[in-house]
Design a protein around this ligand. Structure first.
Ligand code: SAM
Length: 282
């Protein structure tokens, strides 16, 4: 076993205050570092397991407290408090996951969803938007009670769930995988989120008339993305709305003449576009 790991274990054993609520991020990062070193043998294994139990118990207490706050309608403050605890928008870019994802996974009572089915070509498998990007997006969107956010290809529903917790907007997830939809619905019910809804279906058949904000974390590519963008473009002839994207599909959206970006679009931060009346029909 390395000296670095021995030093880490001894430091964590000495640090009684690590279980305090304010030190959640340090606990999550310490658990990650221990995981990266596993497995260790003999007496050291028992010592690592004791530390893990202590830190996980402290985290579980925090997660339950946040769930209670959400059920009582105080979720927005609880969420914002932790998001502010992070490095803020300055370090939002990039697609890696971090401690905020661990925290969100701990708070949202998903359980393990049933196995998803294999997807046809052009449909992209599930991967959640990193939590700091969701919070960054919510900060920039400033959703109000008049808004309806629609996540096209919602997966386990993190984006609509977090938006429903942090705003009064109506939040809708459309997802093709039955198991994910069921899991997201359970989560919304468990957290008493009356403004979060999940529909099983193909995004191509969505009612594009209801959203004031559409979100796409590259859920599909090629002809499916084209079909959905064409439907949104038709909708833009009638009214204005925003379209937000993350990942490779941002480059496709940036090339649409009827979408105007709020800032220079980049693939490693959520891009926000405003739909404008198309100049002529295609
Ligand atoms: C990259 S994940 C994004 C998940 C979620 N939007 C998020 O950001 O956390 C893409 C999701 O889109 C779903 N998907 C793919 N094609 C779809 C389609 N045609 N209609 C609805 N959902 C689709 C996949 O099952 C997957 O859950």
């Amino acid at each position: 076993m390395s000296d670095a790991l021995r030093t880490l274990i001894e430091a964590l054993e000495r640090d009684d205050a690590l279980a305090e609520p304010a030190r959640l991020r340090e606990r999550i990062e310490a658990l990650d570092r221990l995981d990266a070193w596993m497995p260790v043998a003999g007496e050291w294994m028992w010592r690592v397991q004791a530390i893990q139990r202590k830190l996980e118990a402290a985290n579980a207490t925090e997660y339950e407290a946040v769930r209670l706050a959400i059920r009582q309608g105080r979720g927005r403050e609880a969420m914002r408090h932790r998001w502010r605890d992070g490095d803020g928008a300055a370090s939002v870019c990039g697609d890696a996951y971090d401690w905020l994802d661990e925290w969100v996974a701990g708070v949202l009572p998903h359980g393990t969803p049933a196995e998803a089915e294999a997807l046809p070509p052009e449909m992209v498998f599930y991967q959640p938007t990193p939590a700091r990007h969701v919070f960054d997006l919510l900060d920039r969107l400033q959703l109000g009670g008049h808004d309806t956010l629609v996540d096209l290809g919602a997966g386990l529903g993190h984006v609509p769930l977090l938006a429903a917790i942090c705003s009064d907007a109506r939040c809708l997830g459309i997802e093709i995988e039955h198991a994910y939809v069921e899991s997201a619905r359970r989560c919304a019910r468990d957290l008493h989120l009356a403004n979060a809804h999940f529909v099983r279906g193909d995004a191509r058949e969505a009612d594009f008339g209801i959203g004031s904000v559409f979100y796409l974390y590259t859920p599909f590519t090629g002809t499916i993305l084209r079909e959905v963008l064409d439907a949104l473009r038709c909708e833009a002839a009638r009214r204005t709305f925003r379209v937000c994207s993350f990942g490779p599909c941002t480059a496709v959206l940036a090339a649409e003449s009827w979408l105007a970006a709020d800032d220079e679009p980049r693939s490693d931060r959520v891009a926000i576009f405003r739909a404008q009346r198309p100049s002529s029909p295609r």
